[in-house]
Ligand binder design. Sequence first.
Ligand SMILES: NC(=O)C1=CN([C@@H]2O[C@H](COP(=O)(O)OP(=O)(O)OC[C@H]3O[C@@H](n4cnc5c(N)ncnc54)[C@H](O)[C@@H]3O)[C@@H](O)[C@H]2O)[C@@H](O)CC1
Ligand SMILES: Nc1ncnc2c1ncn2[C@@H]1O[C@H](COP(=O)(O)OP(=O)(O)O)[C@@H](O)[C@H]1O
Length: 281
Amino acid sequence: MTSSTAETNHPDLWLPLWPWPEPDGHKHKRGALGVVTGPAASTGAARLAARAGLRIGAGLATLFCPPSATLVNAAHETAVMIKPFSTPDALAELAEGTRGVLIGPAAGVNSETRENTLAVLRHAGTSVLDADALTVFKDRTDDLFNAITRPSVLTPHDGEFERVFPGLLDQYTRPEATVIAAARSGSIVLLKGSETLIAAPDGRLTANRHASPFLATAGSGDVLAGMIAGLMAQGMDAYRAACAGAWCHGELARRIGPGLISEDLADALPALLSEFYARRA
Ligand SMILES: NC(=O)C1=CN([C@@H]2O[C@H](COP(=O)(O)OP(=O)(O)OC[C@H]3O[C@@H](n4cnc5c(N)ncnc54)[C@H](O)[C@@H]3O)[C@@H](O)[C@H]2O)[C@@H](O)CC1
Ligand SMILES: Nc1ncnc2c1ncn2[C@@H]1O[C@H](COP(=O)(O)OP(=O)(O)O)[C@@H](O)[C@H]1O
């Protein structure tokens, strides 16, 4: 299998599914998103993601943080809300108040992140797992795969992919490895790169080549995870949310071009979304 056998990502695949707000809707109907932050010195990545989730249409976005990070998050955020938690059970309870949670960006590579990720996966909504929420399951992948029972998306870069799916990238082509990873984990897997591959456990495969090398900058993957989680929190199908997130991420980067930093991406969304909105049938 090569990427030429994959479906090519394009708005026609998912724009008809876009979760626009109902005329008589309110913020809770649009969907609540939770994003888990790391401790006080490691909160920026989750904030990038939460802002992206709010920009892409989640009605509410809340940072779930260790108590040590409450003040630093509060000092940065205005529209994004903040709720501290002290135990995995407390996080699971907060997660129940959402339709989707993202965990992983700068969460920390430690047992707390592992327990917090398993707590997030217990909640009734959708989950996006990125960065450290993947790395912490190196050598414990069965614990992760057994916990995935609801719609979820894993968003590894190559290094994270190797930790969760050791050897696959050496043995198989990238498209094959992504399809095998999705089947093995029971989750949508989005393997990031200059060509991003999105696979589902049922064998579907989409290749996103709509991107820009200016995305190679700290935090851009966190923004992508936040956009996907934001779409899922609004009820969009997980596979198409991953495809939509990847295409929009690439489109935003093409528009911004040289000088792009991750902060720019979410704030470029309104112009793109306005164009999508004007194209509604
Ligand atoms: N503003 C912030 O607070 C940011 C925090 N970040 C966080 O920093 C932590 C470390 O993330 P990193 O992704 O740097 O590192 P990782 O801890 O995942 O490891 C990086 C190593 O992975 C390997 N690797 C292989 N393929 C790679 C690829 N395609 N991209 C990157 N590394 C690859 C390399 O050996 C590299 O040294 C994560 O928790 C991440 O979420 C980053 O997202 C950057 C922005
Ligand atoms: N050369 C490139 N061309 C296109 N997209 C790229 C390129 N390099 C990186 N990207 C994209 O940038 C993002 C980087 O994400 P990631 O590695 O998780 O970084 P971070 O952890 O800093 O957020 C991914 O979406 C990836 O597909």
